[in-house]
Structures are given as structure tokens and as C-alpha cells.
Design a protein around this ligand. Sequence first.
Ligand code: AHM
Ligand code: MG
Length: 334
Amino acid sequence: MTPRISLTRYLVEKQRVDDRIPSDLRLLLEVVARACKGISHAVNKGALGDVLGSAGTDNVQGEVQKKLDIIANEVLIEANEWGGHLAAMASEEMEGIYVVPNRYPKGEYLLLFDPLDGSSNIDVNVSIGTIFSVLKKPEGGHGVSEQDFLQAGSRQVAAGYCLYGPQTTLVLTVGDGVAMFTLDREQGSFVLTAEDVKIPEDTREFAINMSNMRHWDAPVRRYIDECLAGKDGPRGSDFNMRWIASMVTDVHRILTRGGIFLYPWDKREPGKPGKLRLLYEANPMGWLVEQAGGTATNGRQRILDIEPGKLHERVSVILGSRNEVERVTGYHAS
Ligand code: AHM
Ligand code: MG
């Protein structure tokens, strides 16, 4: 029988054999995984755990917070603040950064997260997730500031997400491919269930919120029109569509069977570059997709090359199967 490889063993071997991750980063990833187990438990309880519904507050982006948004944020902070591996954290649900309190030792890493992605799905029992990204605090300087978080996605040292669906799945990269771990609830541990994940270069499946069609820019409109024209159109092939409205779930499908995901800039609020957040959503997902052989752009530029100007910066996102993402990106250039 092939031995089961737990997340702990996977990370220890990464540290020992490949020397890919230092022990502090290993600890950090284990703690994030433990926090995700806690969030998964709360998600599973649903109405029985009184975790559904609105919290009656708005976050910094003016979005109504759900109880689970706040619970997940607190779980991640409480799990990570005392271990000595972090200098500070930033979250979609907090206005400013959270500096590790002085009563705890401080480390050299910065943790960024969207604690509960796909919030509109919480109350309807549809898959949701946690997205995370890890950066190293730049050397020099005293203390830690928001500026330290404003690093391009290409400087991430680890990234991943945990999907709370029919199974709870943790997906991770430390820069040498993508691995997936399934939560074994009886054992209480994440077990390696897929390694070296690869996204097919071609796809006939797209994901976009079609209700925004009238607001799209010409290149996105052209791409989707061509897909919709099917066999008789310029692509000569029928396309399928999926839209879960939780990025974690849409990206998980793409990592599993290919596809293209678009949340583009649109004319509803022309001054806003897009809906999704660069630091908590686009960067970690962009890196995972690239590590699996896919591509991630904002239509004009590689997501991971964007130099962030502010913590809650938004961005247009096109990611997934390489040939389709390159096609839409090419339409933007012409
Ligand atoms: P959230 O982080 O507040 O949940 O918002 C992000 C989510 C993504 O997961 C998803 O792709 C998108 O918003 C769906 O948006 P829409 O409801 O406009 O289709
Ligand atoms: Mg989100």
C-alpha cells in the first residue's frame, strides 16, 4: 500500500530534501492549514452553529460582511499571531494591516488573505474558500508598515487556497508546482491527493458573469461573442459555461480540468480597475495557475508583474488555460 502523505510530511520533506522552505515558513503553512480546518468546521455547521447571515457591518470596500467573513478573519488572526513566524497580516476584511502584538515574538513573513471568498454563496450552501498569500518582509527598516505589503506577486514565497465544498481541499504552491490535499475528517489531517497539477493548454469552457455583458470592453465582448457563436462561429467549436461566483471554486475547476476565468474591468464604475483584489485574490490565484502551466493577465500585463499601489487595490483578472488567456490578452493588444 502506498503510504499516505500528510501535509506535515510533505512540508518536512520540502524543507529537508529540496531545501525549498525554511522551518519558519513550514510552521506558517501548517498554522494556516490548521486555521482552515477550523473554518471548515464552522462552515459545515452552518445554521446549527449560528454562522450564517449578515453580521450587520460593512468592510473597508463597502461590502456587507457576513458572520462567516468575520469568524474566518478572526480564526486566521488568532491562529497566526503568536507563533513567532509573522511580522504582520493583511486581510480583505480589515482596513489596515494587523501588526503582530508586542507580547509575541515577531518573524520575517507577511500573511495576506481573503478569509472567506465567495461570500454571496455562504447562505445558500454553495462552495466557498479561503485564499492566502505569503511574502517576505523587505530587509531593513524598523517595524513593519503597509508599504512592506506592496510587492509584486512574483515575490510571493507561498500561496494557496482552501476550498470548503463537498470535500475540504487545500491547494498549495511554494514555487515548484501545485499540490492538493484533501481533509481527512476522521484523522483531522490534510492528505496529499494530487501533485504536479497541470492545466490543459486548451479549453472549451469559460467562466464569466454574463449579466455584466453590456458593460464589458470590446476585447472581452469579442472573445465571449466568438465562444457563444459555437461551431458555426470563428472558433469552429461549441463552448460550455460555468460561473460559481466564488473564485476559489472556479479556479479549482480550472486547475482540475482546464478552463478560462474572467472578471474583467467594466464600464459600471470606470475608475475601478476590476472587482477582484490584487493582493488577496489575483496574485495568489495567478501564481497557482502559472505554477500549473496556465497564464494570468489583466488583459494587458502579467498579473504577477503588477506593482501594487495600495493594499486593497483591485484588478481585472483573466486566468486559466494558456492558449485561451493569450487569445483574450491578444485581443486587448489589437
Ligand atoms: P468576495 O471576496 O467578497 O466573496 O468577492 C469575490 C467574489 C469572487 O469569489 C467571485 O469570482 C466574484 O466575487 C463573484 O462576483 P459576482 O457576484 O459579481 O459574480
Ligand atoms: Mg474574495
